[in-house]
Structure formats: structure tokens, C-alpha cells
Design a protein around this ligand. Structure first.
Ligand code: SAH
Ligand code: SF4
Ligand code: F3S
Length: 465
């Protein structure tokens, strides 16, 4: 069975527990940690696991980076600017350590898993005490112990795709939780580095997922976000090949009030999934469906395995089955060789779909990917012009699409005080759109029914009912 081969063994788990205990009793161990997170929800959840493991080692979180004696950067490398920002901040900390020589600096996450990065850390970032890749996360106790014990730099990147069950988690929010259902990605979209740094696609056992969800339900969690690079292909490689739709059906029965998921790949969005969503009680009426481009030739060069028409068909099906569904997307402009006409196809697709929100990116070449070897890099000024036009279009359309909520009832899960006023709170509605309503600190973590009364700068305004 494939799952058993990639599961971290009980023996290994116990080994890490022994290192955890050993660190607790080390006289010169760090006492306060600070985790800096870049990138997507996967990384945010990994950071929660890092914090959980450090808690078990007897350390406490510090909200101020400079006051911690263990600082760990959980990095992203999906675009060049993400990487540059992470490395810049790591270097800046080197200065801080001059007045705090006991500080331990660690770097982990996707960037470390990039080809050549381990050597770069060894040669150019000697001040970094510890670096490890995404597949070594569960080994943090051992790696940190060895670093503290030897006083030497430790760099560990093993290319083994594993699933580590049962790691402790310190959740950022008490009312909402991440739940990973699969790791890695096998899609190899030609622009994307994720398959190279997160390894092959592997799904968690359905029982393990349901067990974790039940635990979260018992602890009072009101919303779970299912995580995976391509949740729609959940189950591939598992015995009996369960589908994502069947997993959702089971999760819906547990009774957690709100279930969301990301990310979906259009090529794997099945009719069964749409059917389960439309008949479920707790799966929220929202969908993040990255399109990347509106032009067939570019989609082909991107290795996306769908055409514009097939994508639009999925959107139509979703809207028919779940009227009013909240739709969002990711778009890349200036993929190598993208002509003005091909870019216009993306603009026209955005007009046709009318998304509630869109994350837009300028193509960034990533070493090792297929697109990085393609010709036709687009000049910066063209890319800037394209992305500005796309953002302006999306913003103007969003003003229109969001109006459909005015006068409607919506339920929001309150995340915090509104940034604009102390007498208001904000949170996400069932459709995935932020809503601001009157309220105070006591409302944080509650589900509030409200009526949408208006729209201000692409945020919905509401009143409690
Ligand atoms: N697995 C998810 C998320 C991938 S990364 C998915 O398939 O949607 C999130 C987004 O970053 C992608 O959807 C894509 O729009 C963007 N992205 C990825 N690689 C990129 C690159 N090299 N340049 C610019 N944007 C990129
Ligand atoms: Fe990257 Fe494509 Fe996989 Fe998403 S589906 S992580 S864009 S390779
Ligand atoms: Fe970045 Fe890794 Fe996520 S590269 S987008 S943190 S999977």
C-alpha cells in the first residue's frame, strides 16, 4: 500500500519525541521563539506545526522578532520577489544578532528545497544556524538538538516525500483551522516550482482526515479550510481511490458549520463535486478556481490541460448548481511569448466570468521549470502595463458583481476588529467575501447573521440581524 510506504513510522515519531525531551533539559536551549511565514496556506499551516513542536520543547512564542532567541523563517519561492523578501529579512537579522550572540537563526520551507539553495546557504549564509526542507519538517527536534549540541551549521534537505501524521499544532485562530488533505503536486504547470519543492502528490488516508476533523469539531472549531495544491485530485494513489467529492460528503456529516477548501484545478473539477457542494449543508458556496490565462495557446504552453471553453463550462456548471456562488481566481500575465492579442483574451475572459476577486501576478521565471527555458520574455514595462490594466478591469467589475449581495442575508465568521473603526468587526461571509458590521471584541470567533447594506472599496458593509 502506497500510504504505508510514505507514512513517517511510529519508530521515527518516537525518536523525535526523545529529541524533544532532550532539548527541554539542555541548559543553553533557546526559550523564546518567533516564526516568520511567507507564502501560501500550506506554509502557514506548517508554521503552526513548527510552533506546536517548539511548544513541546518547552519554548514560548515571542511576538517581537528581536526579542526571541530562536527565529525561524518559513520561506516561499513561488515567485522571485517572495524569495528576495525572505533572504533580505534573514540577512537583516544577522545584524540584530550582533548584539544578541545567542540567537539561533533557522530557515526552512520551499526555498530550501530549491536546487542549489542548500549550497548557497552553506557558502553565502554561514550565519544561518539551521536550514531544512519541507520534507524534513517532522525532524525539527533532532535537527535543532544537533545544531545546539554541536554549535555547527546544519543544512538538511532530503528528497523523500513523506506524510507525518500527528504533529502538534499551535493554531493561529481558535475558531478556524487548516486541515491538510494532500501534499505535493504532480501537475507540473510549466511556470510553477511547487512540484519541485513540495514533491510528488500524496493524499492522506481518509480515516486520518476524518479523525482530525472530528477532533476539531469537538474543540469547537467553526470553520475548516481543507488544504492541498490540487484538492480536486484527492485520493489518487490511495487504495479504493476515494474522490474529493466523497471526502467532502463525509466531512459534511461531521457538523462543523463551515467547510472551505483550496486550491482546485479546473481540469479535475468533477460534476460529482459540484453535486456534493450543491446538496451539502456545511460546504460554503465559494470556489477558488485559478484560470491563469484566457488564451488556449498560452494555456497549452502552461501545461494546464484545459481550454478556455472547458474552463467556462465549469464556471457555468458551478453557477447553475450553486446560484450566487463566490468565485475567485489566479491569473498570470506575460507568460513567455504572450502577445497583446493573447493578453486581450485574458481580459475578455475576466469580463465574461465576472469574478468576485482575482489574484494577479506577473510571470516570474523559476529555474528548473519548463517555462524558464522558453523564449519570448516580455519586457517589464509591457508587463506592468498589462497587470495594471487587468487590476483596473477587475476592480471595476468587482464593484458590480458584489452589488448582488446588497439587501441579502449573510453569515460572517468574525475575524477581528475592523481596521477602519473600533466599533465595527469584520469577517468572511459564506461566499468568501469580507463583510464589516457593527460589533466589538466579544464578537471575535462568533458566527454573526447580518444583512448587507452597502459596498465600500470592495468590502461589503452589513448590519446585524
Ligand atoms: N496549487 C495552487 C497554487 C499555486 S501557487 C494552484 O494550482 O492554484 C499560486 C499562484 O501563483 C498560481 O495559481 C499562479 O497564478 C501563481 N504562480 C505560480 N508560479 C508562478 C510564476 N512562476 N510566476 C508568476 N506567478 C506564478
Ligand atoms: Fe503549481 Fe500547477 Fe501544481 Fe498549482 S497545480 S501547484 S500551479 S504545478
Ligand atoms: Fe510558496 Fe511553497 Fe506555497 S513555494 S506558494 S509556500 S507551496
Amino acid at each position: 500500500m502506497r500510504t504505508a510506504e510514505i507514512l513517517v513510522s511510529q519508530e521515527e515519531t518516537e525518536r523525535q519525541e526523545r529529541f524533544t525531551e532532550m532539548i527541554r533539559t539542555l541548559p543553553h536551549r533557546p526559550h523564546y521563539y518567533h516564526v516568520v511565514t511567507y507564502g501560501c496556506q500550506m506554509n502557514a499551516h506548517d508554521s503552526e506545526k513548527i510552533a506546536g513542536m517548539l511548544d513541546r520543547m518547552g519554548m514560548e512564542p515571542s511576538t517581537v522578532r528581536e526579542e526571541a532567541d530562536f527565529v525561524i523563517f518559513n520561506t516561499c519561492c513561488v515567485r522571485e520577489n517572495a524569495e528576495r523578501r525572505a533572504l533580505g529579512n534573514v540577512t537583516w537579522l544577522k545584524e540584530v544578532r550582533k548584539s544578541k550572540p545567542d540567537m539561533i537563526i533557522a530557515v526552512c520551507g520551499c526555498m530550501i528545497q530549491e536546487p542549489g539553495m542548500a549550497e548557497t546557504i552553506l557558502k553565502q549564509y554561514k550565519f544561518v544556524n539551521l536550514a531544512f526542507g519541507t520534507s524534513n519538517l517532522h525532524k525539527l527536534p533532532e535537527l535543532l538538538y544537533e545544531t545546539l549540541d554541536s554549535g555547527m551549521q546544519h543544512v538538511c534537505v532530503e528528497d523523500k516525500d513523506v506524510i507525518a501524521e500527528g504533529l502538534p499544532v499551535r493554531r493561529l485562530r481558535q475558531d478556524a483551522a487548516y486541515l491538510t488533505i494532500m501534499y505535493g503536486c504532480d501537475n507540473f504547470c510549466s511556470f510553477c516550482i511547487v512540484p519541485y519543492v513540495r514533491g510528488r502528490e500524496r493524499s492522506r488516508d481518509m480515516k486520518a482526515i476524518l479523525y482530525e476533523a472530528e477532533g476539531l469539531a469537538k474543540s469547537g472549531v467553526k470553520e475548516i479550510m481543507l488544504l492541498g495544491q490540487n484538492v480536486n485530485s484527492y485520493g489518487k494513489g490511495l487504495p479504493d481511490h476515494p474522490t474529493f467529492a466523497s471526502l467532502l460528503r463525509e466531512l459534511d456529516g461531521i457538523g462543523i458549520p463551515r467547510i472551505r477548501f483550496m486550491t482546485s484545478h479546473p481540469k479535475d473539477l468533477s460534476d460529482e463535486l459540484i453535486e456534493v457542494m450543491s446538496s451539502s449543508r456545511h460546504i460554503l458556496p465559494q470556489f477558488h478556481l485559478p484560470v491563469q490565462s484566457g488564451n488556449d495557446e498560452i494555456l497549452k504552453k502552461m501545461n494546464r490541460h484545459y481550454t478556455r471553453e472547458q474552463y467556462l463550462d465549469r464556471v457555468r456548471k458551478l453557477r447553475e448548481a450553486i446560484p450566487g456562488i463566490g468565485l475567485s481566481t489566479d491569473i498570470i500575465v506575460s507568460f513567455p511569448g504572450e502577445t497583446d492579442e493573447q493578453f486581450e483574451d485574458t481580459m475578455s475572459l475576466v469580463k465574461e466570468v465576472r469574478y468576485d476577486s482575482a489574484f494577479t501576478f506577473i510571470y516570474s521565471p523559476r529555474t528548473g521549470t519548463k517555462a524558464a527555458r522558453m523564449e519570448g520574455l516580455i519586457p517589464d514595462e509591457v508587463s506592468t502595463d498589462r497587470i495594471q490594466r487587468l487590476i483596473a478591469l477587475q476592480e471595476s467589475l468587482q464593484q458590480e458583481t458584489l452589488k448582488r449581495f446588497i439587501g441579502q442575508e449573510e453569515e460572517i465568521l468574525v475575524e477581528g476588529l475592523s481596521r477602519r473603526s473600533k466599533l465595527a468587526v469584520s469577517g468572511k461571509g459564506r461566499h468568501g467575501i469580507s463583510v464589516t458590521v457593527d460589533g466589538n471584541e466579544a464578537d471575535i470567533g462568533r458566527i454573526l447573521p447580518c444583512r448587507i447594506t452597502g459596498l465600500k472599496n470592495n468590502t461589503l458593509m452589513g448590519e446585524r440581524i
